[in-house]
Design a protein around this ligand. Structure first.
Ligand code: F6P
Length: 336
């Protein structure tokens, strides 16, 4: 007997809306494609909501067919565009959004985004009877309840590629470079990419040892054991970022040749890595299955490589902690 790819369901859902919200991340398109195709495979209609919650308020809603998501798997950014909507924070904005969804006969939603997007979804689903499932998409990898968020792996690789280039010039000139990495209040992207590019020091908000490591590197490491140095600084670190740190070190050590580089939004772009494409595809299919299984207000996540469903109210309350073992490893490898 031929096996069906459809989920056996008694769900009343007929049409789902998919949208991306907050900062874009490589792999979001792969998730849109997976949601659309998995929904169609289950005989559901699909619409795309452009510009996130703002598009919901503005009625910027378009039909999505299988062909509409063809050829997007490998593209960075999001074909549905994205936004951070202030209007959706108001009850009036959410009412207009709901009315528009009803006018388009949308029964359920899949939101692809970070914690701000899930906070919005959580409030919306409490006020209005509409099932919502979230797919974590952010280069910050800071969502509580999932080991992985779409875009992280690509962003780590983007940082590594950039730092490898900076290393060439740092080494040629014998300079110390402070390289600022994104992540908002979280240091996960800085920590992973710092380990992967062999940074001499990593400064992140979650662990104070970076300041001591920097002091040791400047006094015992540089010019004694190393002729150049890469200091990765998470943008959310309390020391104030790469520029401030570079200025401080230059003032305290005028003999040193110090430069800084802020990698910025290049970290959000680019073609998604294999890991991001696969994770996005798995999560997209799981999101549709969760809706058909009558789940609501949950984020799809990965824990120990298995798909899990985490309630929004859990995931928006905390951030994912850093891996303390990585901090330990970094310190073992950089003793001066
Ligand atoms: O959350 C993703 C992220 O890229 C953060 O790392 C960064 O702090 C923020 O978004 C930047 O936001 P914007 O694109 O609005 O400047």
């Amino acid at each position: 007997m031929e096996e069906s790819s459809m989920t056996q369901t008694t769900s009343k859902i007929k049409k789902i809306g998919v949208f991306t919200s907050g900062g874009d991340a490589p792999g979001m398109n792969a998730a849109i494609r997976a949601v659309t195709r998995a929904a169609i495979a289950n005989e559901l209609e699909v619409v795309g909501i452009r510009y996130g919650y703002q598009g919901m308020i503005n009625g910027d809603i378009i039909p999505l067919h299988s062909a509409d998501v063809s050829g997007i798997l490998q593209q960075g950014g999001t074909i549905l565009k994205t936004a951070r909507s202030q209007e959706f924070r108001t009850p009036e904005g959410r009412k207009t959004a709901y009315d528009n969804l009803k006018a388009h006969e949308v029964d359920a939603l899949v939101v692809i985004g970070g914690d701000g997007s899930f906070t919005g979804a959580s409030i919306f689903s409490k006020e209005y009877d509409i099932p919502i499932v979230g797919i974590p998409g952010t280069i910050d990898n800071d969502m509580y309840g999932t080991d992985y968020t779409i875009g992280y792996d690509t962003a780590v690789n983007t940082v590594i590629n950039a730092v490898d280039k900076i290393k060439d010039t740092a080494s040629s000139h014998g300079r110390i470079f402070f390289v600022e990495v994104m992540g908002r209040e979280a240091g996960l992207l800085a920590l992973s990419s710092g380990i992967a590019c062999g940074a001499e020091v990593i400064i992140i908000p979650e662990d104070a040892s970076g300041a001591e490591d920097l002091k040791n590197f400047l006094t015992k490491g540089y010019q004694k054991k190393k002729t150049s140095g890469i200091i990765i600084v998470a943008e959310g670190d309390k020391a104030g970022g790469a520029i401030k740190l570079a200025e401080k070190v230059t003032k305290e050590h005028p003999d040193l040749d110090v430069r800084f580089s802020i990698l910025g939004h290049m970290q959000r772009g680019g073609t998604p890595s294999a890991k991001d494409r696969i994770a996005a595809t798995q999560m997209g299919v799981a999101a549709v299955e969760a809706l058909l299984d009558d789940q609501k207000s949950v984020m799809i996540g990965f824990q120990n490589d298995k798909i899990v469903h985490v309630p929004f109210n859990k995931t928006v309350k905390a951030h994912r902690p850093i891996d303390e073992n990585l901090v330990k490893i970094q310190r073992i490898l950089n003793i001066w």
